[in-house]
Design a protein around this ligand. Sequence first.
Ligand code: SAH
Length: 344
Amino acid sequence: MQLSIDLTGRDVLVTGSETAARQAVRRYEAAGAKVFRLTVPEGAAGDGPLPEHPFLIAAVDDGQPGWEPLLRRAGEAGIPVAVEPAAGAAGHVTLVGGGPGTPDLLTVGAVNALRDADVVFYDRLAPYQELERLSSGRLVDVGKQPGHHKVTQCDIEKLMVEAALAGENVVRLKGGDPFVFGRGGEEVAACVAAGVPVNVISGVTSAISVPAAAGIPVTHREVSHMFTVVSGHAPLTEDEHTHLAGLGGTIVVLMGIGTLPQLAAGLRRAGMRADMPMAVVERGYRPGQRTTIAELGTIENAAAGCSNPAVLVIGEVVGVAMASRNHAAASADLNRLAASLLEA
Ligand code: SAH
């Protein structure tokens, strides 16, 4: 359970060692509280004067013995105590999958990692609009910089490693899942090569969730029992078109807007039916989400105005979405008809 209280201008005593409490201190400061520190139970030289009756004690579980008497006295004096987790091991990188762009599809692990971060390196596909609420760490946009020059992959890896070696808890927040066309494997390798501990928190990939946003299931009983996820970053080879067309099931393409004409033509040459249903889902879970439905033979024209980020779906499951939509529309029509008959 999570409760929110307004701490603006309130005296909050944060207890716990410097290292363990650093993130809790930032969170309370970011919430507008006036933060006082007690780093050891008996008070250290640098701790300064303490408020007699703080509004709240944020007790960071730093593993030091000797905090119990203080917390007991707080209880007796009616001062609420919020137990806070200690900051995670410093000098560590966590690769976090941020899902397709809505905070609703962040995992609990992602939310916890963001809360514990000293610095977050994020890019445009991650749910970055909410980052200030989710993390009190430094936020660094590596997707674009002033002047719109993208930070290169090599520089991103260097920044992450340097921050971790300087003792920071680093989160690298990526769109979708870090290991699906996300270069997550390279970032893990860069950390390992530099001797920096690294772990990965999987995310909800756009390959499945963006079709779902448009009501398209990537598998459906008796319609499709497999799905293949393909990168459209570069055109496929003739061999790949042939295998893909021969597989059956659903084809999901990421980064496929630029190569859509080549893909549609290639699949046609490989024998796929021109009336195979196809969808382009743009900006899933974001403002301006839009679905364009056509057939393999007509998609190039239909999708002429489509832009990235978008997921392409090729297969009969697109028809399932249309059928359930038609069904919903038909039952809405029937309901309206029934209502008008009843009124009459
Ligand atoms: N690791 C990511 C994919 C990175 S490649 C994942 O697992 O989702 C980037 C591509 O993902 C985009 O070109 C687009 O094809 C797709 N994508 C990511 N987020 C999207 C969104 N919200 N709407 C539509 N497509 C999205």
